[in-house]
Write a protein that binds this ligand. Structure first.
Ligand code: ARG
Length: 434
């Protein structure tokens, strides 16, 4: 029944000149059209959002020419947008550069400098060494933090003449081993504090890990999904494996999660650039190494700290105890682990690993084999790029989780990129971004 028109007869008279509309009339006149417009706008927004999602899934938007190109054409090495935006933020290949002119020995962290003319290395004498030279040496290796240095006496330094070498165009006295410095001392140099963990791992075998034990461990996430592990080696740099980026070359889809043992995709950090080594990267053999540069440097804290790179002359004997960490599968064909796991394994010498019943000669001198020959403890899918660690006083990342036949099987242990073989490349890349 419509109550508006049903009025008692005796109340009927001439209609008032300005009859105020009732609530229902107002609703009909204004409310319904308003609601309809609102609903249509909402529908349009939802449809636009769905279209955007679909477009983003299959197309790349050339922002300067307002053109869509198929997503596969982004980062394919060919310019498809007129302004080349499709190739702008992609994984970059960087060739190994000429030898970096400084290196640090495992022998008390002593500095060695390259004489470019003769290609020989010399110890750097402490005689006229100063902060400017320390900074120059560290800059050679891509470090920007304030270095510390001290004098170290080397035994048996008898009388031969000095050689003068230059470092960043400054003359510096150096000596090769056995030749003497005036002061009788060489330089011990530390370019950055690294490899310090709040607690020592004590559990044997595999188990839950705390991030404060491994504060350099990060999760590399592609479109909010954990994809690989990585290690902080500097507030702006993450070291990881190249194969992590194999089908995912667009930098903006990657983010880094640091400072937590729990896998989550909140508060992740943006990635500015990704570098891999410029050789025919043949998955999954050699050269499985990548560097990720963060858009802004990390704040170092108890749960976020860098790990050290290995010394150029560190030699690990077979059976050296090493540690691995990651959120990877806890069994072959398993699922990712929600919380960080750690395990102690051992270095396996290349000849054992190259045996007929193992990897049959696939192991080059640029990769390390580690695990247990009897199987059982190993890294697995999702651990890739994460660190293989050695601790002779501070933690070093000696290897990067790379590949393996299955996980934890006997005779086919895990294969790791030997970081030491790529020090020059790491320094080259970091230096190129100074
Ligand atoms: N490629 C794997 C990844 O992407 C790592 C495999 C390591 N395998 C092994 N058996 N250790 O996560």
């Amino acid at each position: 029944m419509d109550t508006d028109t049903e009025q008692p007869l005796n109340k009927r008279g001439p209609p008032p000149a300005h009859k105020r509309p009732t609530a229902t009339q107002t609703f009909k006149r204004l409310g319904i059209p308003l609601i309809a417009t609102g609903l249509s706008i909402a529908a349009i927004i939802v449809i636009a959002f769905l279209i955007k999602l679909a477009l983003e899934r299959y197309y790349f938007f050339c922002s300067k020419t307002f053109k869509f190109i198929p997503l596969q054409q982004q980062c394919n090495g060919q310019i498809d947008c007129s302004w080349g935006e499709d190739e702008d933020s992609c994984v970059q290949k960087v060739a190994d550069g000429p030898p970096v002119e400084a290196r640090i020995s495992k022998d008390r962290s002593t500095l060695q400098v390259l004489d470019k003319e003769t290609g020989t290395w010399f110890w750097a004498c402490h005689d006229n060494f100063d902060m400017a030279l320390a900074k120059a040496a560290c800059k050679q290796m891509g470090y920007t933090s304030i270095p510390t240095f001290s004098a170290v006496h080397i035994a048996n330094m008898q009388g031969l003449p000095f050689r003068e070498v230059t470092l960043n165009n400054r003359v510096l006295r150096g000596q090769d081993s056995g030749r003497q410095c005036l002061s009788g001392a060489v330089v011990s140099l530390t370019c950055s504090t690294c490899g310090e963990s709040a607690r020592a791992p004590r559990v044997l075998g595999g188990g839950q890990a705390r991030i404060s034990t491994w504060p350099w461990q990060v999760s590399l996430q592609h479109k909010s999904q954990h994809h690989c592990g990585g290690s902080i080696i500097d507030p702006s740099w993450i070291l990881t494996a190249a194969h992590c980026f194999q089908q995912n070359l667009a930098t903006q889809n990657w983010r880094v999660k640091a400072g937590t043992e729990i896998l989550s995709n909140v508060n992740t950090l943006a990635v500015e650039k990704i570098f891999i080594i410029d050789v025919n990267y043949m998955f999954p053999k050699d050269n499985d190494i990548a560097l990720v540069k963060l858009s802004s440097p990390l704040n170092i804290s108890g749960t976020v700290k860098p790990i050290c790179l290995p010394f150029f002359d560190e030699e690990l004997p077979p059976e050296t105890p090493l540690w691995v960490t990651g959120w990877g599968y806890t069994k072959q064909d398993g699922t990712l682990s929600k919380s960080l796991q750690q395990a102690e394994i051992k270095l396996i010498d290349s000849s054992t690993c190259n045996a007929m019943e193992a990897y049959q000669g696939e192991i080059s001198d640029k990769i390390l084999c580690a695990g247990l020959m009897e199987g059982g403890v190993d890294t697995c899918q999702g651990d890739s790029g994460g660190p293989l660690m050695y601790n002779p006083g501070h933690w070093q990342v000696v290897g990067l989780v790379s590949w393996g036949h299955g996980c934890g099987r006997p005779s086919t242990p895990g294969i790791y990129t030997k970081v030491q073989a790529y020090l020059n490349w790491i320094y080259t890349v970091q230096r190129s971004e100074l």
